[in-house]
Design a protein around this ligand. Structure first.
Ligand code: FE2
Length: 363
């Protein structure tokens, strides 16, 4: 994989970091009131700087067969470079056995909760897993993200080579979670980044990604961290974030034209190393099931991006330690906490369970 160009001046990166810190602690609207003129000029100059190195390109990711652990750590982990370990999981049961039908048959009656919008995370639905899978199979467009399969059914740990995954964690790390992403062709996760390292196992179907290094954060210019992730802003005319799969470089996205991205296409059995804070967007190329295996590595994340690792400590919706506790159960709960709906959801759930129990007792 060729390297991406570093076409931003050091001084510009420092100035942008100061804006990000002020956005976080003072509030973006207030910062614009105080320094709006200067920030406008900053972006004018940044555009001029970027234009000098010409238009950006999309570089295919390294795909490595039989990548040794040593090279994985010494090159890709050490430098925070993404890589695909081609076919590394091809003999795991999650790749050999999983499909939409498999989950419908085994767990179709399970009631699940999924957050259904990706901008302010306010909308969610409770539905059975079988209904979600039927919708996906009929092209209905649902995308169940962060399914906490192992929290509901711990026996599925045997579907992975857990030791293989653990051996690819190093240094001071804690927590871990397996999050399934089940969606139909064309469903997407919009551009975002997060501080947890991720080994993503593609188990069924095809999944396509475009990544941008956190080096390009001044171009993305996100709102302050939500809790453990940042969305690219929903500021364009169509009120959507920039979409590298279908790029529109009209303002406010004209700077994206001058940066390099990385393309990734995952097939069943591929394991993708997605380092902390890499911006990424994902589109399913077919009906697809993939698993994000994530953990917390505070010092490593700090090494990759001191600015973002530092700011994450001051997240308030919810605070980072509460987020990690909730992630362990279900990442969708973090999103509910973020939109202020967690307490009412948990109350509603407890009442439903109480009612169910009383009905059983009567019967
Ligand atoms: Fe992600």
């Amino acid at each position: 994989m060729g390297d991406f160009r570093r076409n931003i001046k050091k001084g510009q990166r420092v100035e942008y970091a100061i804006y990000q810190i002020m956005d976080h602690f003072i509030g973006r609207a207030r910062v614009f009131k105080m320094f709006g003129k200067r920030r406008k000029k900053f972006y004018h100059n940044l555009l001029e700087t970027l234009k000098k190195s010409g238009e950006g390109k999309i570089i295919p990711i390294d795909r490595r067969k039989d990548l040794s652990k040593e090279e994985f750590f010494n090159h890709y982990v050490k430098k925070g470079i993404p890589v695909v370990m081609e076919g590394a999981a091809k003999d795991w049961d999650c790749v050999k056995n999983w499909s939409l039908e498999y989950f419908k048959e085994l767990h179709g009656k399970d009631e699940i909760m999924m957050v259904t919008d990706q901008s302010d995370m306010k909308n969610y639905e409770t539905i059975t897993l079988g209904e979600v899978l039927d919708n996906i199979r009929s092209g209905g467009g649902k995308y169940y993200r962060f399914y906490p399969l192992l929290d509901h059914h711990p026996e599925h740990i045997k579907d992975f080579d857990y030791n293989w995954l653990l051996e690819r964690r190093k240094g001071f790390t804690f927590f871990d979670s397996f999050q399934l992403f089940i969606g139909g062709k064309g469903t997407v996760s919009y551009l975002h980044n997060a501080n947890a390292p991720n080994l993503f196992v593609q188990t069924y179907g095809e999944k396509n990604w475009v990544l941008y290094s956190h080096y390009y954060t001044p171009i993305i210019d996100p709102d302050p961290v939500r809790n453990i992730y940042r969305n690219a802003p929903f500021r364009a005319k169509n009120n959507m974030p920039f979409d590298p799969f279908n790029p529109d470089y009209s303002p406010p996205n004209e700077l994206y034209k001058y940066i390099d991205g990385i393309s990734v296409s995952l097939q069943p059995g591929d394991v993708f190393w997605n380092p902390p804070f890499y911006w990424h967007t994902v589109k399913n190329g077919s009906d697809s099931i993939g698993v994000g295996y994530r953990w917390v590595a505070p010092f490593y994340s700090f090494k990759i991006s001191p600015l973002y690792a530092f700011l994450d400590l001051f997240a308030i919706h919810p605070p980072i330690w509460k987020s990690y506790k909730l992630v362990k159960k279900d990442n969708n709960l973090v999103h509910l906490a973020e939109s202020g709906k967690l307490d009412s959801y948990l109350k509603e759930k407890a009442e439903k369970e109480k009612l169910k129990k009383s009905q059983i007792n009567v019967a």
